[in-house]
Structure formats: structure tokens, C-alpha cells
Design a protein around this ligand. Structure first.
Ligand code: IPM
Ligand code: MG
Length: 365
């Protein structure tokens, strides 16, 4: 009996379907070669779902995600839906999916591929050797806090959100970050704004308290403004960065640029139990859609994270990552990373190269 994993695929909007097509064929190939079965089922999500069902997260899609062993998402969001009221927008569907699946822990690893050292807007000497992990709280903070809204009083309009955390919400994300730090270089930097915000003071207290459970990890704290600066000044100092929802959103985009292209970074969102959600951190890039120009590598690396963390198929995960290393080393680049002297390919042709690398790696010598 071979193992069967059920995967819900959410291609979404913009370049989503194109990069998902690449991930899909690599998943099919690596599972066949490594001897397990994947049941891949696509469902509408985001703008694509608004078009067919009138809402970004249709109940049938949520049900399919809940029933799967893992969920693989490409990207959502499109200018055609930007005018819609907040509750109908694609992004609202993503927040609802994260929240409904209880995915409180968002892992965003930033690693520099040696072949891409020259592609970053930062100097080689700054980014060489960077290997850090952003652990972002994903189901709380100002994204979900109440009260929120918009009021009109005495002729003035006022809009507001609430940045709030329960102590136990900080505790559980801190435990995830400490455990990951313990499995890496053993250094955790917790990011907050405790010099100004009450919510950050609680954050800092709870992180200190949870530290007692992980005595082998060295803990430091950094204000978020300083962290933004240190990430481009001396990023090698970081091993694991622990952040709240909003701070992690901002800092992970910044950290992505260390790697040369936001088109390189995968992410995993995990809960206490149930399926995880795996997605590239980049968006749906509507301006690139339909041109076969997108970089599918973050998507493929997200599929690798899914194999490793969601399905415990370590070997297959390593195969996909090695295929990415190999095509980069061979000089293949999509437009976002291309420069003179390199081999420019479209999204699907990059998929062909990845498949060939995979087949070469796995065929008997
Ligand atoms: C991300 C994105 C989302 C977020 C948006 C699309 C809602 O920017 O995953 O970082 O803000 O979390
Ligand atoms: Mg973001």
C-alpha cells in the first residue's frame, strides 16, 4: 500500500494559475518517482472565486481545505476586485482561510542562493551567508482585533483598528519560534514596539516567560524600527525573528529583498493541528499574468515546504529544492532575475528545466 496524501490546490488570481501549473507537474513527477500518491484537487479562491461564486472563500473551498492533508496556494488579488467592499475582497478570503484553519504560525525562511548573490539590490558583502527565519503570528494582532470600523461624528470621519493580543496567543507563537530557534543556531530575536505600545509590553513579558522553557536559546528583543534597519544593515546577525502579525508582514517583504527577488520566497502557515497552508510570499502580480513571464520558484519551494512540514516527505522536499538549485546554477532565470549572460526563460520553460533536473537527479545512474 502506498501512502496517499490529499492536497487542496488554490491557484487563485493573476500569475497564480501559471505558477501552480508548474508546481503541479513537479509534484506529480516527484511523487511518482518517490513512490507515494498525491490526490490533487483544485478549488476556486480569491478573485477567481468571486467571479464564479460571488465570494472569495466559498464554503466548498473551505470544506475541501479542512478535509485535506495540506493546502497549497499560489496567489490571490486582482485590480478587477479592488473596488469591492472589504468583506468581498480576495484578501478577506485569505484572512478568513488562515483564521478558519487556525493557522497562527507563519514561517518565512530567507536564504540566499549563491547563484543569486548579484541579483539583490544590496551588496554581496551584506547578504552573503544570510539564513534567517521570520516567525510571524498570523491570526491575531491588528489584522483581527476589535473594535474596528469607521464612524462619523460631528462632521469628522474616523477609522480605527485594534492591535491586541491575549497572553496565550503570544505564548503559543513564542513556543513555535523558540523550538525552531533551538533546531537552528539557537538565537531568537523578538520584535516589538514595547517603548510605545501596551500590546508590545505584554508581548515582551510573555516571550520572556516562555524563554524559561527553552534555556538553550539565546533571546534578544528589538524594536521594530530598529529591526527594519538592521535587516538591511547587517542581516547575518539574525537567526529566528519572532514578530506579531503586522510587523511580520512588513519585515518579511523587506527580508525577501535580501534574496534578490520576492519571487524566491516560500512560506508555511501552521496551526496546532489540521492541514497547513503553503504559499509563496509574493502576490498575484496582475501585470505579469498571462504572459508566461512569472517566476515559479517560490511556488515550487512552497511545494517543497509542504512536502517536508505538511506531509513528512523529506526526500521529495529535498528533491524539489535541489532541482531549484540546479536550474539556477545552470543559469536559467525568469525576467525578474535575468541579466546579461544568463539564460532567459518563461514560466513554463522554467518548469521544463525543473522537471529535467528532477528526472536527472532521480533516474538510476
Ligand atoms: C502576506 C500578504 C497578506 C497579508 C495580504 C494579501 C492579506 O501581504 O501574506 O504577507 O497581509 O498577510
Ligand atoms: Mg505581506
Amino acid at each position: 500500500m502506498t501512502t496517499t496524501h490529499r492536497i487542496t490546490l488554490l491557484p487563485g488570481d493573476g500569475i497564480g494559475p501559471e505558477i501552480m501549473a508548474v508546481a503541479r507537474r513537479l509534484l506529480e513527477r516527484v511523487s511518482a518517482l518517490r513512490g507515494f500518491t498525491l490526490r490533487l484537487e483544485e478549488h476556486p479562491f480569491g478573485g477567481a472565486a468571486i467571479d464564479v461564486c460571488g465570494e472569495p472563500l466559498p464554503p466548498s473551498t473551505l470544506e475541501a481545505a479542512r478535509g485535506a492533508d495540506a493546502v497549497l496556494l499560489a496567489a490571490i488579488g486582482s485590480p478587477r476586485h479592488d473596488h469591492l467592499p472589504r468583506e468581498k475582497r480576495p484578501e478577506t478570503g485569505l484572512l478568513a482561510l488562515r483564521s478558519s484553519l487556525g493557522l497562527f504560525a507563519n514561517l518565512r525562511p530567507v536564504k540566499i542562493f549563491p547563484a543569486l548573490l548579484e541579483a539583490s539590490s544590496l551588496k554581496r558583502s551584506v547578504i552573503e551567508g544570510v539564513d534567517l527565519l521570520v516567525v510571524r503570528e498570523l491570526t491575531g494582532g491588528v489584522y483581527f482585533g476589535t473594535p474596528k470600523g469607521r464612524v462619523e461624528a460631528e462632521g469628522r470621519v474616523r477609522a480605527f483598528n485594534t492591535m491586541a493580543y491575549f497572553a496565550d496567543e503570544v505564548d503559543r507563537i513564542a513556543r513555535v519560534a523558540f523550538a525552531l530557534a533551538a533546531s537552528r543556531r539557537g538565537e531568537l530575536c523578538s520584535v516589538d514596539k514595547a517603548n510605545v505600545l501596551d500590546v508590545s509590553q505584554l508581548w515582551r513579558e510573555r516571550v520572556e516567560a516562555i524563554h524559561a522553557e527553552f534555556p538553550s536559546v539565546r533571546l534578544s528583543h528589538m524594536y521594530v524600527d530598529n529591526a527594519a534597519m538592521q535587516l538591511v544593515r547587517a542581516p547575518r546577525q539574525f537567526d529566528v525573528l519572532l514578530t506579531s502579525n503586522l510587523f511580520g508582514d512588513i519585515l518579511s517583504d523587506e527580508a525577501a529583498m535580501l534574496s534578490g527577488s520576492i519571487g524566491m520566497l516560500p512560506s508555511a502557515s501552521l496551526g496546532a493541528s489540521g492541514p497547513g497552508l503553503f504559499e509563496p510570499i509574493h502576490g498575484s502580480a496582475p501585470d505579469l499574468a498571462g504572459q508566461d513571464a512569472a517566476n515559479p520558484l517560490a511556488m515550487v519551494l512552497s511545494a517543497a515546504m509542504m512536502l517536508r512540514l505538511g506531509l513528512k516527505e523529506e526526500q521529495a522536499a529535498a528533491d524539489l529544492e535541489a532541482a531549484v538549485d540546479q536550474v539556477l546554477a545552470a543559469g536559467f532565470r525568469t525576467a525578474d532575475l535575468w541579466s546579461e549572460g544568463l539564460r532567459r526563460v518563461g514560466c513554463q520553460a522554467m518548469g521544463d528545466q525543473l522537471e529535467a533536473a528532477l528526472a536527472g537527479r532521480l533516474s538510476p545512474a
